[in-house]
Ligand binder design. Structure first.
Ligand code: CA
Length: 221
């Protein structure tokens, strides 16, 4: 896991870098906003620790500019408790999380790990097809904007079909990808789950295709 620290206070930056390296992170340090922006654009980091108070280009501007350049690396912003900037503003500019200075080092590492687990805000894109929206990160499903509760297996089947929206997907492929490889059951198990899915998301959302498969989102081509 590679982390970029953008902090002008040399001692604080060095202490942070040492601490994170001891936790097993690979760490780069930028001493001002302009360098930070450049490094974050040129390199792929798993997370960025970005101080708000920086000479020249402040942390908010760095954050907003990164998002404007389509860089979606998770950003943990360091704010000063009684400074002129506040936490709401940090989130407004596209930061994913913030910590007020002074912060505990343990808390910082916990926040960083949580951010990395969540990944980039753009990466878990929602799948949209046939009136259905599947949010992979949230594990939620909506039909025409209305939330639908699915079991994990139903969700997995629907995700598999929606990743192939417009394609006729044979039942066997669904069994092979949604059940683990040790499963030797019959393809009919898919039918049972699909009929349950149809009761929840609407009978027309999942089409049965000739030859024994399913399709979401209409035929392509
Ligand atoms: Ca600073």
């Amino acid at each position: 896991m590679r982390v970029l620290i953008v902090e002008d206070e040399v001692r604080q930056a060095a202490a942070l870098a040492r601490g994170l390296e001891a936790e097993g992170f690979a760490v780069d340090v930028a001493g001002n906003g302009t360098d930070g922006l450049w490094m974050a654009t040129e390199n792929a980091y798993d997370a960025i620790v970005l101080d708000v108070m920086l000479p020249g280009m402040n942390g908010y501007r760095v954050c907003a500019e990164l998002r404007a350049r389509d860089v979606w690396t998770p950003i943990l912003m360091l704010t000063a408790k009684d400074g002129e900037y506040d936490e709401a503003e940090a989130l407004d500019t596209g930061a994913d999380d913030f910590l007020s200075k002074p912060f505990s080092y343990v808390v910082l590492v916990a926040h960083l790990r949580a951010l990395m687990r969540r990944g980039s805000p753009q990466r878990p894109a929602a799948l949209v097809a046939g009136g259905l929206t599947l949010d992979i990160a949230e594990h939620s499903c909506r039909r025409d904007g209305v939330a639908v509760e699915l079991t994990p297996r139903e969700f997995a089947i629907l995700e598999y079909l929606m990743r192939r929206a417009g394609e006729a997907v044979p039942k066997r492929n669904i069994v092979d990808h949604v059940w683990d490889s040790a499963y030797e059951g019959h393809d009919n198990v898919v039918e049972v789950h699909v009929s349950s899915l149809r009761r929840k998301v609407g009978p027309d959302a999942i089409e049965t295709v000739r030859g024994g498969g399913y399709r979401v989102g209409g035929r392509v081509g």
